[in-house]
Ligand binder design. Structure first.
Ligand SMILES: NC(=O)c1ccc[n+]([C@@H]2O[C@H](COP(=O)([O-])OP(=O)(O)OC[C@H]3O[C@@H](n4cnc5c(N)ncnc54)[C@H](O)[C@@H]3O)[C@@H](O)[C@H]2O)c1
Length: 456
């Protein structure tokens, strides 16, 4: 094998990213290690720990040939030429910066493991999303080794989106690699460029200094989330003024400087990244003495929280100011379609708020039911987990669509309506169903940013 590649962290990023590298670079041996032995066992089984379209096929193609999942972190480090670090970097929950700053303890532990087990030089690649200038701390820990070893650090943030991870990895808009502006740093950078160039066109491989690369990932997520919060803020105004957010988004997005993407009004963004990365950016701005910049970006997160609260308030208002003891069907719990990931899912916030109002919930999701059970394990109130949307809606007063799964567009809504309490309500948090059709069936229909269709 030409190169030994190791990835520390077998999560939503490390697992799929390394599978695609193994697939596209058959002359490299790729090993993914994790401290979580259950996760590694799942990667080695027929039941992979995450759902991602196309992932099973890639893993099956390469596993046991040049792709290995293991708990042997020390052995993996010793054997590696290039080490990707793809551990979790959640928001800190304690001490200075709690609630905003990134918790870098997992990253630091990996750096210390590399120092402990390495007995040759290695390129260390930051794949995790990190605050700008983390590579400096990483380098200092790595260079504290007493074995006279060199560990040039590169930043190579991941831009995949869950739900489309495999196609994003196989055909990325861009690959970003940042390196130190030293001969050693540039040599390491060129080595990583060569690896990606095996399947990514050269013009899509962007190289920058380390700090631009680290910061670009935070900025990319902040800008994407900002577009969602922008159109969601306008959806609230549309509901007050009988403007239609679809029409507004289409008209504004037709300007090529604005563009149509990510202007889809909804219950709000979720996922493990947007909120955490924006708060990380907010913390950095505060740290560097830029409170106005911090407040500007923090508002993107506040607007997202407002959208979920507003959705629940609209539900309660529409249902005669009480949902107490009413059964409500929750369609979808994943933070977006085509994933089982529920981290920071708006569905979770909505469910908690409805439970506080003493509603009874029946939740259906095609891929995220197990994660929903974990997320709501400590929630007070009555919750049923259903294996079909028909079961969830049976006897319900209302349906709340939380995830844009395609199957919700194709259900037999006549059958659903017939089995619900009347008047029957549907609150479309993703604007995916045919509102006029549902209204004609007898539903009272509440889209986002569009006039509600109500029977009087
Ligand atoms: N999920 C996404 O869509 C996405 C996209 C781009 C970037 N990112 C970033 O990538 C990073 C990883 O995200 P994720 O969603 O894969 O997280 P994850 O929680 O799914 O996976 C991280 C894994 O790292 C392991 N780990 C933690 N400490 C370890 C250690 N010391 N040694 C070995 N393994 C260790 C954990 O057990 C876990 O399995 C984060 O920084 C995230 O912000 C995520």
């Amino acid at each position: 094998m030409k190169k030994n590649i190791l990835c520390i962290g077998a999560g939503y990023v490390g697992g799929p990213t390394m599978a695609v590298i193994a697939d596209r670079c058959p002359d490299c041996k790729v090993t993914v290690v994790d401290i979580n032995s259950e996760r590694i066992a799942a990667w080695n089984s027929d039941n992979l720990p995450i759902f991602e379209p196309g992932l099973d096929e890639v893993v099956k193609r390469r596993r046991g040939k040049n792709l290995f999942y293991s708990t042997d972190i020390a052995g993996g480090i010793k054997a590696a030429d290039i080490i990707f670090v793809s551990v979790n970097t959640p928001t800190k929950t304690f001490g200075a910066g709690a609630g905003k700053a990134a918790d870098l303890q997992y990253l630091e532990k990996t750096a210390r493991s590399i120092v402990e087990y390495a007995d040759s030089d290695k390129i260390v690649v930051e794949k995790s999303t990190l605050p700008v200038r983390t590579a400096q701390a990483m380098s200092r820990i790595l260079q504290s080794n007493t074995k006279n070893l060199n560990f040039p650090v590169l930043s190579n943030p991941e831009f995949l989106a869950e739900g489309t991870a495999i196609s994003d990895l196989e055909n990325p808009d861009r690959v970003l690699i940042g390196g130190m502006e030293t001969p050693e740093g540039q040599a390491a950078l060129n080595e990583l460029v060569e690896l990606y160039a095996q399947w990514v066109p050269r013009e899509r491989i962007i190289t920058t200094n380390l700090w631009s690369s680290e910061l670009s990932k935070l900025v990319a997520n902040a800008l994407l989330a900002q577009r969602i919060s922008s159109i969601n803020s306008i959806s609230a105004l549309c509901e007050k003024t009988e403007a239609n957010v679809y029409e507004v988004a289409a008209a504004a997005g037709r300007d090529s400087r604005i563009g149509p993407k990510f202007l889809h009004a909804s219950i709000g963004f979720g996922g493990s990244c947007f909120k955490k990365d924006i708060l990380n950016l907010v913390y950095l701005c505060e740290y560097y003495g830029l409170p106005e910049v911090a407040a500007y970006w923090e508002q993107v997160v506040k607007m997202n929280d407002f959208q979920a609260r507003r959705f629940v308030q609209n539900m309660i208002g529409a249902m005669f100011n009480t949902v107490s003891a009413k059964k409500i069907a929750i369609f979808g719990f994943a933070f977006k379609a085509n994933t089982g990931d529920t981290r920071e899912s708006p569905a979770c916030a909505v469910c908690h708020q409805l439970l506080e109002e003493r509603a009874e919930l029946s939740i259906y999701d095609p891929k995220a039911l197990e994660n929903a059970k974990i997320d709501l394990a400590n929630a007070q109130g009555r919750i049923n987990y259903c294996t079909s949307p028909y079961e969830a809606a049976k006897g319900a007063h209302a349906i709340a669509i939380m995830t844009e799964w395609n199957e919700f567009k194709e259900l037999d809504y006549q059958r659903i309506f017939d089995n619900m309490e009347k008047p029957a309500f549907i609150f479309d948090g993703r604007n995916i169903v045919d509102h006029q059709y549902l209204y004609e069936l007898g539903f009272n229909v509440y889209p986002i940013g569009k006039k509600s269709l109500v029977h009087v």
